[in-house]
Ligand binder design. Structure first.
Ligand code: 5GP
Ligand code: ZN
Length: 112
């Protein structure tokens, strides 16, 4: 499958890793939108959070379980924002589920 994030998970494309466990990988966004901008992805391919189902819910849950660990590793004690984009209108450019973690600054309240 021609998926950038599957290639990053497989080590075919390098990344700046900040956290890894059996189920997910977190790495710095190539084009950061905040002082801290990390992507947390499942190691198996799921297109987006819109594809969450009874079969993959455990994998999705493992990614959510990793979020506080990633935030701790990034020293985001003061808070952070989690975003996951879905499809064309949601602005999703990479079709492999990922949660953006943004922080390191007081973020703007506007979401669009
Ligand atoms: P989306 O727009 O799909 O929610 O977010 C995709 C994100 O992936 C973007 O913020 C983009 O900068 C990031 N990105 C795209 N290609 C790569 C890559 O090869 N490496 C890394 N580290 N980030 C990438
Ligand atoms: Zn993928």
């Amino acid at each position: 499958m021609n998926c950038i994030f599957c290639k990053i998970v497989n080590g075919e494309i390098p990344c700046s890793k900040v956290y890894e466990d059996e189920y997910c990988l977190a790495f710095k966004d190539l084009n950061p939108a905040a002082p801290v901008h990390v992507l947390v992805v499942p190691k198996t391919h799921i297109e987006s959070v819109d594809r969450t189902d009874a079969e993959n819910i455990d994998t999705v849950a493992k990614v959510l379980l990793a979020l506080p660990k990633v935030a701790k590793a990034l020293s985001l004690e003061n808070g952070y924002r989690v975003i996951t984009n879905v499809g064309e209108d949601g602005g999703q450019t990479v079709k492999h589920l990922h949660f953006h973690i943004l922080g390191g600054i007081k973020l703007a309240e506007k979401l669009n």
